[in-house]
Design a protein around this ligand. Sequence first.
Ligand SMILES: [Zn+2]
Ligand SMILES: [Zn+2]
Length: 259
Amino acid sequence: MRRLGTSFAAGARELVEGLWDGLWDGLWPQACWICGRAAGDGLACVAHALPDPTQSAGRPLCARCGAALAPDLPDGETCPDCRARPPAFRGLVALGDYAAEAGLREWILAFKHGGRRDLALPLGRFLAARVSPLVRAAEPEAPIVLVPVPLHPWRRMERGYDQAWLLARVLGECLDLPARRLLRRTRYTPPQGDPLAPERRANVRRAFAPARAARRLLDRGAAWLVDDVVTSGATADAFAAALCGAGAKHVAVACLARA
Ligand SMILES: [Zn+2]
Ligand SMILES: [Zn+2]
């Protein structure tokens, strides 16, 4: 009888909770963070769905820089550029491809150029789910620090916030890792086209410096560079080289999208 009473009480509670949830959803429906339309998962509508962070891209990508490979190559090969001139970072992880993933692109545009700093939270969580299985794979015992790709103070003022720093902080909270601004821009560099031109590399290398605390915090540990979109390996390469120069044993890159 007691058991019947317990199960009845549990059933009633479930019913009340179900009704309450229904009422709650009716009052405040689960809306897409980007457009406000109905979102089945409470995050995004169908048009703005983010790529599943637990799935691979479904197309072959360079193991080193994350660039798309010819479709007939196996995933995880190294691209010709990385073979000819290996970048200073060991690998690059992205949530998706900037050109191919329209939903993800809308998120990034809103986050970077639409004033939507609040998107750092869901995007950072998604990125954490993508990075989490890899972050301690190389050297489980090594200390790890997350380093945002620095924004020049002018751009920071223009935008009102530093999106890579916001991402790095959410990532740090999710993965229980410290996030530190260990790189700083020393001069403004306009966005540039040709990714691998030597002038571009030189230009990027002159445009920033490691922060004073970098050597103490990196000290033979691993660093993960955090960025929103990696358009070419050149910037990430230059930052990774700087972190290695300041004492990091190895560097990898985590970004929202590879362009
Ligand atoms: Zn939407
Ligand atoms: Zn590559």
